[in-house]
Ligand binder design. Structure first.
Ligand code: B12
Length: 216
């Protein structure tokens, strides 16, 4: 990341200067492909938000301000359908449904993964934060999802719904991620754990989906 622009970005965030923060973010993202922007700018920035928040140098208000700006920037970056889908609209490509279980609001990394998958040509259905597991099951069936990706910071977000998640895993390839996806939880719900690092997780999913669909 360009250090001067990064400093401008943090100064703007500290002053709640939305226009300057967006200008700095736009400079950092200028002419960078989506996956490069997510991996090289958005995720490191999000990590620094987390570090500053834990160190007590970033207030809750700043954190909300940053998350809102990032979400808006990410949706602009992904406003066009990916090239592969425009070129071959009828070509089979896997459907991936992504959500955070009920009570879980940490969905920014999941959103980054969704955008990177979309850029690789997957047909992404993003349900986002706080989605009840029975609703995920219904949506996965209706969308004919080839894979479902769930992320949570607490393992109880998964283990409170073991029976439904096991049923989900019987019909759809089920992947879990985030701090709550520990080894014991993953085994209990019959899912597969994704690599913790989002870019590696996307590579892993693309490989797995190619095997599942046999045609991607
Ligand atoms: C931003 C933030 C929020 C935002 C979330 C905004 C959003 N829409 O995502 C808001 C304000 C909503 C929030 C709320 C709360 N938060 Co909060 N939050 C954070 C913070 C500061 C940053 C999270 C983040 O995005 N980090 C950057 C990413 C890159 O790092 P990461 O989360 O560790 O994720 C890594 C991996 O786990 C993995 N990963 C995570 N998700 C996914 C998904 C996929 C698909 C893949 C492949 C990988 C993956 O990738 C990352 C890189 O390795 C962290 C602190 C921190 N250091 O992270 C706390 C933190 C996650 N929050 C925490 C807590 C406790 C809360 C609250 C309970 C606080 C409160 N008292 O209200 C509420 C709970 C809300 C809820 N019901 O879910 C705890 C969680 C502890 C735990 N394990 O239970 C943390 C760790 C802070 C702390 N140390 O206490 N929070």
């Amino acid at each position: 990341m360009d250090t001067t622009t990064k400093e401008e970005l943090w100064a703007a965030v500290e002053a709640f200067d939305a226009e300057a923060a967006e200008m700095a973010m736009a400079k950092l993202l200028w002419d960078v492909p989506l996956s490069g922007a997510v991996a090289g700018v958005v995720l490191p920035f999000l990590k620094e938000v987390g570090d500053r928040w834990e160190a007590g140098t970033l207030s809750v208000a700043h954190e909300h301000f940053v998350i809102d700006m990032l979400r808006r920037k990410l949706s602009t970056l992904s406003s066009m359908p990916p090239q592969q889908l425009l070129e071959k609209a009828s070509a089979p490509s896997p459907v991936v449904l992504l959500a955070c279980p009920a009570g879980e609001r940490h969905d920014m990394v999941l959103l980054c993964v969704a955008l990177m998958l979309r850029e690789r040509g997957a047909r992404v259905r993003f349900l986002g934060a706080d989605t009840p597991i029975p609703a995920v099951l219904t949506a996965a069936r209706a969308a004919h999802a080839d894979a479902v990706v769930l992320a949570a910071t607490r393992s109880t977000a998964f283990t409170a719904h073991t029976t439904t998640l096991r049923r989900l895993a019987q019909d759809h390839a089920l992947y879990v991620a985030g701090r709550g996806a520990d080894e014991q939880t993953v085994a209990e719900i019959g899912a597969t754990a994704l690599p913790d690092e989002p870019v590696r997780a996307v590579v892993f999913l693309v490989g797995a989906l190619t095997e599942i669909t046999g045609s991607w």
